[in-house]
Design a protein around this ligand. Structure first.
Ligand SMILES: Cc1cc2nc3c(=O)[nH]c(=O)nc-3n(C[C@H](O)[C@H](O)[C@H](O)COP(=O)(O)O)c2cc1C
Ligand SMILES: C=C(O[C@@H]1CC(C(=O)O)=C[C@@H](OP(=O)(O)O)[C@H]1O)C(=O)O
Length: 398
């Protein structure tokens, strides 16, 4: 299973092509739209989320509510496009004859947008403009924007449907926002799922939620921004997803890569993570027991040993840096004049850790679904479930 995404933040739409989904998987668009709504939420987001009402369009690969095994084309229209079409239209101001290139009337340039030339520290702006030889930073920032994560969440929603057929679920919660941390939280999967959904910042504790909101308000007033940490948890996984035999088959490596690919994610920890480096082995490794089946009483490994799922839930954290666009901008240098200026200010979120946690769930769900297909491969969901059940029966003999 693989996918590609396309689209600019304020362009007409964000698109994804997902290939390798088995046939006969029942997809309800509500399952995708629910995830899109979850991603749009979270205290601390800026004005854009009031404009957008993300809904999925499915253009191929599904018939009568079931997947066909063929590529699935997914699209989310950008409602903000109406405010940007004259600036971003593919042929709007290029001087081509309208009939020749079939320029839509609405796209004929009316509004001349000054070039964006003051790169924002922490964004793709400067490196992208130099690398792609651009003199307008908009040509970089539109694609670098985390708007793209909307379609990754739609793709993740399909992966979640596939995982659910195998009894696997993925959830997440925010465990740190700026300086406010959630300490000693309970670990029950269902509680995390329910309680995080009730919190405006996707934190399972009401008092900590209030403190996080207060910190966001304070930060907004100062024109500053915040990062944080979210944790992804799964239900118990079957033993043996991923593999120890080759570097690129290792499940922990694959999960770290997809989480690091989310805009603004700067660190990933599996299980105890960095904490494990400070403690002796006797306090870190999870002793093995047997009572009709192998089991552990602790999960410091975060459900992965030797690059493979070990039968426990996967527990993985990701750290997000503070949003780089600042309403009190940092110093920057104008791309054209080389004069020192304050960086450009684009409308922006104060924090997006709750939204990023939903994106994190989605990319992890995709990677786990991919690992399941590699292990229990088949072209229809029935074939995959047969293979899965045979494997589980084989494990029961051990
Ligand atoms: C859900 C989400 C929303 C984001 N919203 C903003 C935003 O409003 N303003 C901003 O400057 N950066 C925002 N970012 C972060 C930038 O997209 C990101 O920092 C930038 O693309 C540079 O990539 P890097 O941080 O991975 O180096 C957001 C990230 C995510 C995941
Ligand atoms: C549009 C989304 O997030 C955007 C991500 C983003 C960035 O620079 O990454 C900047 C902001 O864009 P805008 O300037 O249009 O408000 C966010 O709103 C979204 O999450 O759907």
């Amino acid at each position: 299973m693989r996918y590609l995404t396309a689209g600019e933040s304020h362009g007409e739409a964000i698109t994804g092509i997902l290939e390798g989904v088995p046939a006969n998987l029942e997809i309800n668009p509500k399952d995708i739209n629910r995830e899109l709504t979850r991603r749009q939420g979270g205290y601390g987001r800026g004005g854009r989320m009031k404009i957008e009402n993300d809904l999925i369009d499915i253009l191929s690969g599904i018939r009568g509510g079931k997947t066909l095994g063929s590529p699935i084309t997914l699209q989310i229209k950008n409602d903000d496009w109406e405010n940007w079409r004259e600036v971003l239209a593919p042929f709007g101001d290029c001087g081509y004859d309208q009939d020749e290139v079939k320029i839509k009337k609405e796209d004929k340039i009316k509004r001349v947008e000054p070039k964006v030339t003051k790169p924002r520290p922490g964004h793709a702006d400067l490196a992208g403009a130099l690398k792609y030889n651009q003199d307008d930073l908009r040509n970089i920032l539109e694609r670098a924007s985390a708007r793209e994560t909307a379609i990754r969440v739609a793709i993740g929603a399909i992966a979640k449907v596939l995982l659910k057929e195998l009894g696997i679920e993925v959830t997440s919660h925010v465990i740190q926002l700026g300086s406010v941390a959630l300490e000693g939280y309970q670990t029950d999967f269902d509680k995390i799922k329910t309680k995080s959904a009730q919190s405006q910042v996707r934190c399972v504790d009401e008092d900590v939620t209030k403190k996080m909101i207060a910190e966001i308000d304070d930060c907004k007033e100062k024109g500053d921004s915040l990062g944080g940490i979210f944790e992804i948890r799964t239900t118990k996984l079957p033993v043996g997803l991923g593999g120890h035999v080759q570097w690129d088959r290792k499940l922990d490596g694959q999960l770290a890569q997809v989480l690091m690919s989310i805009q603004a994610i700067k660190g990933v920890e599996v299980g105890l993570g960095f904490e494990a480096a400070k403690q002796p082995g006797s306090q870190v490794h999870d002793p093995i027991f047997y009572d009709e089946q192998f089991f552990r009483e602790s999960n410091n490994a975060g459900g992965i040993e030797g690059g493979m799922s070990n039968g426990e839930p996967v527990v993985i954290k990701a750290a997000m840096k503070p949003i780089p666009t600042l309403y009190q901008p940092l110093s920057s240098v104008d791309l054209e004049t080389k004069e020192e200026f304050k960086a450009s200010v684009e409308r922006s979120d104060v924090t997006a850790v709750p939204a990023a946690s939903v994106v994190g769930e989605s990319v992890v769900a995709f990677e786990l679904a991919k690992a399941c297909l590699e292990k229990f491969g088949g072209d229809s969901i029935e074939e995959i479930k047969d293979n899965y059940n045979n494997y589980l029966e084989m494990l029961e003999q051990r």
